[in-house]
Design a protein around this ligand. Structure first.
Ligand code: ARG
Length: 457
């Protein structure tokens, strides 16, 4: 079949050109959106009297059959037909004849592709949101079990102050919760209907754009035809939000990798989410976590590719924009795959609470609490800091922890210290005492879990 736009050409396109500019190899995944968008367009054309009701019916029926055939794997797409839009249109014409040639009235592939990508992305945002909600659910379930599981909190990857595993997990709940907000917000700008923008300057036909928007579940219609066909900021926004999801997953994975090492020994990953070494029989590697960490780079790359593709383009549509798809699809696929596997990996890991507690007891994580103890007995904080610093140095020399000092030894550093110091700097007490909203004390954490659950529902 000749190209749908061949009228003004004397020669066929070079085979190399066909190969080079065809997008069907990747945009075929938009077929469902392309077809449902075309059905709505055809119905609308009949509604405003541009085609007859019978013609619209024939078109819709033809499109339904094509959809069924694609879904059943009975359609072979053609590279010469360039993209999914012209493949579908060409199939329609082959099947229903001349009526099929009326479908593209008052429409361009430029507004059509914008429509398809928006419909696709809307669905994918919903899918990513569901995966994120599931992950947060798992985090909250796990947190509930570990409200009293003490572990060291770190700064500079040096033991700093004691927290609990639940508190640590809730930090990620916050991050993923904000990711969800960002995606919901992005979805509002994705869900705007561009059809009617035509190639760039709208159309002379009296289209009912609102009807198409309603048919296809859009909240609004685009307000400028040039903008409608030439921006992809919504795809950039999604990829930026997806990049942050990947940042959060990647940081979490980094911790899981550290925690599962013998050096930390905080967790053991389930066999089902670990792999072995081809040479070293003893190895159990956190490959899944490493791969998620590694795949974050792909999504950041997709974001940079989209930004770079757009930045120099004059209005309105330019073919460069066809490059939006592979980046966007890759970002969607990657973030979904990573979320899908991360959740069960987390849910099945074994927590080694005793090792966490031991680590929290070492490393002077209660030093700030000793300083606070002195402050509560009238010592200015800066002075208390100095005193405890000297006590720590003393302990280091003798390979002791602060709570192993005798009262006599304590008195070398300060006379205000009394017997109640041991209770005040016990690790459990250090956590319990941090009851400020947003802090790690079990009560504060239980409250945080409750409000997180409410927000989720
Ligand atoms: N395959 C094209 C894309 O993805 C569809 C739009 C083509 N429009 C055009 N005027 N060449 O962007």
């Amino acid at each position: 079949m000749a190209k749908l736009w061949s009228g003004r050409f004397q020669k066929e396109t070079d085979r190399l050109v066909d190969d080079f500019h065809s997008s069907i190899s990747f945009d075929s995944r938009l077929y469902k959106y392309d077809i449902t968008g075309s059905m709505a367009h055809a119905r609308m054309l009949a509604r405003v009297g541009v085609i007859s009701g019978r013609e619209a019916e024939a078109i819709v029926r033809g499109l339904e059959e094509i959809l069924a055939d694609i879904e059943a794997g009975r359609v072979e797409f053609s590279i010469a037909a360039e993209d999914i839009h012209m493949n579908v249109e060409q199939l329609l014409i082959e099947r229903i004849g001349d009526v099929g040639k009326k479908l593209h009235t008052a429409r361009s592939r430029n507004d059509q592709v914008a429509l398809d990508v928006r419909m696709y992305l809307r669905d994918e945002i919903d899918a990513v949101l569901e995966l994120l909600a599931g992950l947060v659910q798992t985090l909250l379930d796990l947190a509930e079990k570990h409200v009293e599981t003490v572990m060291p909190g770190y700064t500079h990857l040096q033991r700093a102050q004691p927290v609990t595993l639940a508190h640590h997990l809730l930090a990620y709940c916050q991050m993923f919760g904000r990711d969800m907000e960002r995606l919901r917000d992005c979805r509002r700008r994705v869900n705007v209907m561009p059809l009617g923008a035509g190639a760039l300057a709208g159309t002379t036909f009296p289209l009912d754009r609102e009807f198409v928007a309603r048919e296809l579940g859009f909240d609004a219609i685009t307000e400028n035809s040039l903008d409608a066909v030439s921006d992809r900021d919504f795809a950039v926004e999604f990829t930026a939000a997806a990049s942050l999801v990947m940042v959060h997953l990647s940081r979490f994975c980094e911790e899981i990798i550290l925690w599962s090492s013998s050096e930390f020994g905080f967790i053991e990953l389930d066999d089902a989410y670990s792999t072995g070494s081809s040479m070293m029989p003893q190895k159990k590697n956190p490959d899944v976590a490493e791969l998620i960490r590694g795949k974050s780079g792909r999504v950041f790359g997709d974001l940079v590719a989209l930004l770079t593709m757009l930045k120099g383009l004059p209005l309105a549509y330019n073919k460069d924009m066809q490059e939006d798809k592979e980046s966007l699809f890759d970002a969607v696929d990657t973030v979904k795959k990573c979320l899908l596997i991360f959740r069960p990996m987390l849910a099945t890991m074994r927590v080694k609470g005793e090792n966490m507690a031991r680590a929290a007891r070492g490393g002077f994580t209660n030093a700030t609490d000793l300083a606070d103890y002195l402050v509560k007995r009238g010592v200015p904080f800066r002075e208390a800091h100095e005193i405890v610093g000297r006590a720590v140095a003393y302990c280091l020399d003798r390979e002791k922890s602060l709570d192993e000092l005798s009262l006599e030894e304590f008195h070398r550093f300060s006379r205000v210290i009394e017997d109640d110091v041991y209770e005040a700097i016990s690790i459990a007490r250090c956590v319990e005492a941090r009851g400020v909203p947003g802090g790690p004390a079990p009560e504060a954490v239980r409250q945080a879990i409750r409000s997180a659950r409410e927000r989720l529902n």
